[in-house]
Design a protein around this ligand. Structure first.
Ligand SMILES: [Ca+2]
Length: 531
């Protein structure tokens, strides 16, 4: 990734035009350092930072905009060092943000990952550890009536309603209006505490070609359940967000926007202008182009979004957060349904490897957080306490949060503790039953420092529930874990082996460290109903 100087002055006081010019230059390393030296000479630095920047908090709570890429791998950003992908708007956002290149999500598929952001909880805590409740995705499709299908889905939607979600708390404590757009799996947007939204679990127009519709065996078209009509955001329009922000600003109401467009998610059907942009980068591989074009399309909407906020709102009182809900990396194997597109590598989406669970996290809050790179390990579970902290909403023990307020580290210029552990859990897309984390668990993982341990939960051919001995000694079983990503405990040194190819589990050098990680992982994972 681009290793920018640890010291990034906030230049908002010298005007937007100059600021943007400098930032464009800053993306070119040496020019950046020269400009910062000049900035120091003119004492801009002391004008822009105080030792405790949160003392500068405006009285009105900040507006919050959460930008969620859908299926984009951690490395596929210009600001993360990939110069073959076209992400100028995300790169500018990164240049104005606190950047966490070692961020994670606990699960490598959409629904549990998004539910973690909404609740601040790990999947075994919130219980939404699957994409599809029983009888599963194909089971849904075999249903013969809309009422039968919707009744099953309503059972799933009750899970999120047990929690005080992020939007619910923002609304309750500080009077935020909270808009849901794009990807959302929990039925009607109100189920998750949003005050406004696009997704209502009703089928979108039949011409919507990029998801949101499911056809039952009866021939009825129903809402797919992953965002339905809301999936038009970004791909077709940004108007709902623009109108919402303008209205909130007119009413002087703090606002929260959930911007989770269905991009760069399949179908990789970006318009020609983005295909050409993707193809214009040297060295691009044929199977990368459709995906990179969708990334370029997504990036353009981020630019549009920032413009909307800048023109309608107070730029210095808006907090931008960016992350990807899970990774995705293209393989050379064409898609069966759409041969002009390509399938993902086995080691990315759904997998416990970093290509599935790692994401950069960006937090921009002009005038409050100085742009900087924080290499400590963090997770999407940290966003819930971080955003509550930004809105000055107290965090109570009943929320059971395991995340940390990242602003606490940014404001004091102290690093995230290097011995901090981040955890994750991988499940099949289809749940065997609701509240079945202990039955369905396929892999658990822990990242601490440079090391990552993945423990598979092997199942016998008869698909029996794992026993206590399975959990503690998976090596002794001869059967496979779901999708067979690893067949035994797997230990990786990510500082030397970022793509997790060399399993160090047999290394005597790492034996005690492995046991310590395993013990910590077992202590952490205590799902309701576990043996
Ligand atoms: Ca996703």
């Amino acid at each position: 990734m681009i290793d920018r100087p640890g010291f990034w002055p906030q230049l908002s006081m010298i005007g937007t035009t100059m600021n943007d010019l400098i930032e464009r230059l800053c993306l070119r390393g040496l020019a950046c350092r020269i400009l910062f030296a000049l900035a120091g000479a003119t004492q801009l630095v002391s004008m822009c930072f105080a030792s405790d920047t949160r003392n500068q908090l405006p009285s009105k709570p900040p507006n919050i905009i959460l930008i969620l890429a859908d299926d984009q791998a951690w490395m596929d950003f210009g600001f993360m060092g990939n110069q073959r992908v076209h992400t100028p708007n995300l790169d500018i956002l990164a240049s104005k943000s606190a950047r966490f290149p070692n961020g994670y999500v606990p699960s490598s598929v959409c629904r549990p990952s998004l539910a973690t952001i909404l609740t601040g909880l790990y999947p075994h805590q919130h219980g939404i550890h699957f994409n599809h409740g029983p009888p599963g995705n194909s089971g849904y499709n075999q249903m013969t009536s809309r009422s039968e299908y919707e009744a099953h889905r309503q059972n799933e939607f009750e899970l999120i309603q047990r929690f005080e979600t992020l939007p619910a708390l923002l609304a309750k404590h500080k009077g935020y209006r909270c808009l849901q757009t794009g990807k959302f799996w929990e039925g009607h947007y109100r189920n998750a505490g949003f005050t406004d939204g696009m997704t209502t679990f009703t089928p979108p127009h039949k011409d919507q070609t990029f998801g949101g519709i499911r056809e039952l065996a009866s021939g009825e078209q129903v809402a797919h359940g992953n965002g339905d009509h809301g999936l038009i955001i970004g791909r077709k329009t940004m108007r709902p967000i623009k109108d919402f922000i303008q209205e909130c600003e007119r009413l002087n109401t703090p606002w929260f926007v959930w911007y989770a467009p269905y991009m760069p998610h399949l179908p990789h059907d970006a318009p020609d202008q983005f295909q050409k942009l993707a193809a214009s980068h040297p060295g691009i591989l044929p199977w990368e182009q459709p995906y990179f074009a969708s990334i370029a399309q997504f990036d353009s909407t981020v630019g549009e979004l920032v413009k909307i906020v800048s023109s309608a709102s107070q730029a210095n009182n808006t907090l931008f957060v960016f992350l990807s809900d899970n990774g995705w990396r293209p393989s050379p194997i064409p898609s069966k349904q759409n041969p002009q597109e390509y399938t993902q590598t086995k080691r990315s989406k759904r997998a416990p490897f970093d290509d599935g669970v790692r994401t950069p996290i960006l937090i921009r809050w002009d005038g409050v957080i100085r742009p900087q790179t924080e290499n400590g390990i963090c997770s999407s579970i940290d966003l819930f306490p971080t955003l509550l902290g930004a809105a000055e909403i107290p965090i109570t023990p009943d929320l059971s949060l395991q995340g940390i307020d990242l602003l606490d580290f940014l404001k004091d210029d102290k690093p995230i503790p290097p011995d901090r552990s981040i955890f994750g859990e991988i499940y099949p897309g289809d749940a065997t039953s609701l509240r079945s984390a202990s039955h369905d668990i396929a892999y658990r993982w822990i990242r601490k420092g440079k090391m990552k341990l993945i423990i598979p939960h092997l199942k016998s051919v008869s698909n029996e529930s794992p026993s206590t001995s399975n959990l503690n000694q998976p090596n002794q079983l001869k059967s496979k874990a779901w999708n067979n990503y690893v067949r035994e405990e797997s230990l990786f040194d990510l500082s030397r082996d970022p793509f997790e190819k060399l399993n160090l589990v047999g290394s005597k050098l790492h034996a005690s460290g492995r046991e310590a990680l395993k013990s910590e992982l077992n202590d952490w994972w205590q799902p309701a109903g576990s043996p």
